[in-house]
Design a protein around this ligand. Structure first.
Ligand SMILES: [Ca+2]
Ligand SMILES: [Ca+2]
Length: 304
């Protein structure tokens, strides 16, 4: 029985050897090496990653294409990871600790990352893989996102109300409550006081177009302003603009106030005969206030 089967097995073995030899002879060298590639690709430019287009919520990563002894450059695939800690330096760390931007892609040297948090430092890395599954990490790139741009004006305090005090013929004092801002500290807000002789400074644009700025480019962190150099007996309109560090402005509410007028050529419109002694006379505006010993306060209008 052994003698009968042996020649058949020998022929089968010889046939298989011929078949294998024929198959190898048809393979090129690359296919043979691919099957035994255990070497990871080499990241391009020593693994350097650069950033561009940095905003508050995203940026773009750029790197140089890797090379590999067996796999063609165009077949290498890349994965992008990021972390808020420097814990993605190696392939293993990146996969374990990093957040992958999205699925891998072949032959890319750029990746845009979005959805990041403003004013935050991030760490980025790229993993490259060859056709045999060998992987290599680029070099961690550290990059902070920018701050959120401030586009919201401050909010005037106390609803924007301005009051006047210490009104005289040529001066007065304006008072308001300090404004607040979501980003700029209150102590850094700047106030510009505007004056007009017409009620035409109610908004930022109107105040800047029609008003006279009394304190130049503004004064930081004030809630009162002493206005001088006014004309006797004249009605004025005042407003305050408040500005944050980003240049956003808001207007308070216009307040009007007349300065005290003096009687230039007084006309006697009445008399008061003090029976005793007048204790004191005060003239304010168009009125004389007479304090009489027996009749009390007497007020006499003085017309100009
Ligand atoms: Ca390789
Ligand atoms: Ca603001």
């Amino acid at each position: 029985m052994i003698k009968r089967i042996f020649p058949f097995k020998l022929l089968t073995l010889l046939f298989l050897l011929v078949l294998i030899g024929s198959t190898f002879s048809q393979c090129d060298d690359a296919d043979l090496f691919l099957a035994i590639d255990t070497t990871a690709p080499s990241p391009g430019n020593s693994g350097t990653i650069t950033t561009s287009g940095i905003s508050a919520t995203g940026l773009t990563l750029n790197w140089t294409v890797a090379s590999d002894a067996v796999s063609a450059e165009t077949t290498l695939t890349y994965r992008v990871f990021y972390s808020t800690s420097a814990n993605i330096a190696t392939v293993g760390e990146a996969i374990a600790n990093g957040t992958e931007v999205d699925s891998s892609a072949s032959n890319i040297i750029i990746k845009t990352v979005s959805g990041l948090t403003a004013s935050t430092t991030y760490y980025f890395n790229v993993i490259v893989k060859d056709g045999a599954g060998n992987q290599a990490a680029y070099t961690i790139k550290t990059q902070a996102t920018t701050a959120i741009p401030d586009i919201i004006p401050p909010i005037p305090g106390a609803g924007g109300v301005i009051t006047t005090s210490s009104v005289s013929a040529t001066s007065l004092t304006l008072n308001w409550t300090k404004a607040t801002d979501a980003i700029t500290p209150q102590t850094s807000l700047v106030y510009v006081v505007y004056r007009s002789t017409a009620n035409n400074i109610g908004t930022v644009a109107l105040a800047e177009a029609n008003g006279t700025p009394l304190n130049g480019a503004g004064t930081t962190d004030i809630a009162t302003y002493n206005v001088t150099g006014l004309t006797v007996g004249t009605t004025y309109f005042f407003n305050v603009l408040v500005k944050d560090a980003a240049g956003n402005k808001a207007a308070y509410s216009t307040v009007s106030q007349a300065t005290i007028s003096y009687a230039v050529n007084p006309v006697l419109t009445g008399t008061y005969n003090t029976s005793g002694s007048a204790q004191g006379v005060t003239v304010s505006g168009n009125y004389a206030y007479v304090a009489d010993l027996t009749s009390g306060l007497q007020i006499i209008q003085v017309l100009p």
